[in-house]
Design a protein around this ligand. Sequence first.
Ligand SMILES: Cc1cc2nc3c(=O)[nH]c(=O)nc-3n(C[C@H](O)[C@H](O)[C@H](O)COP(=O)(O)OP(=O)(O)OC[C@H]3O[C@@H](n4cnc5c(N)ncnc54)[C@H](O)[C@@H]3O)c2cc1C
Length: 141
Amino acid sequence: MNQTSYAKMPLPPPLWTDTAAPAPETPAMAGDQRADVAIVGGGFTGLSAALHLAKGSADVTVLEANEPGWGASGRNGGQVIPGLKEDPREIIARFGEKDGQAMVCAAGAAADLVFGLIKEHGIEYDGVQNGWIQAAHTRAC
Ligand SMILES: Cc1cc2nc3c(=O)[nH]c(=O)nc-3n(C[C@H](O)[C@H](O)[C@H](O)COP(=O)(O)OP(=O)(O)OC[C@H]3O[C@@H](n4cnc5c(N)ncnc54)[C@H](O)[C@@H]3O)c2cc1C
């Protein structure tokens, strides 16, 4: 996808396109295609689903209207935060012990998953995994 075709899109190209290595060519689909699974959307969600399905030997096609990473995944702050919007206690209260705990554990393991995939697939990147600080306040004495 070149800069001219970007100009026809409703949002401007993200900042990361100026700083990241060029993305691989992803030409428009031509003709009929068959796949075990068709995934709509090439952001983190769709690409991760495709990757994990392909690891299980499924034949997967990702259908992306613009180009992979064009949506929120290519415009975010780039922080790999191992947590959800609400605190674990609130999530468990809302979704119950079993599902809430599963969500908390999945979020807590997310950074290791991301950096593990980067290593496993030899992806060129500038990120660093160097910890996470969650500040807590107490009443002043
Ligand atoms: C400004 C901002 C900052 C953020 N900062 C952070 C952060 O620092 N850390 C963090 O962890 N998260 C952050 N987030 C959240 C994170 O970016 C999103 O949760 C994540 O990218 C969502 O990924 P997604 O794959 O679900 O959606 P998207 O990345 O939006 O992917 C959806 C894709 O589907 C495509 N699509 C939509 N409709 C169709 C269709 N009909 N046919 C074909 N393709 C279609 C779109 O073009 C798009 O590429 C931020 C989000 C924003 C907006």
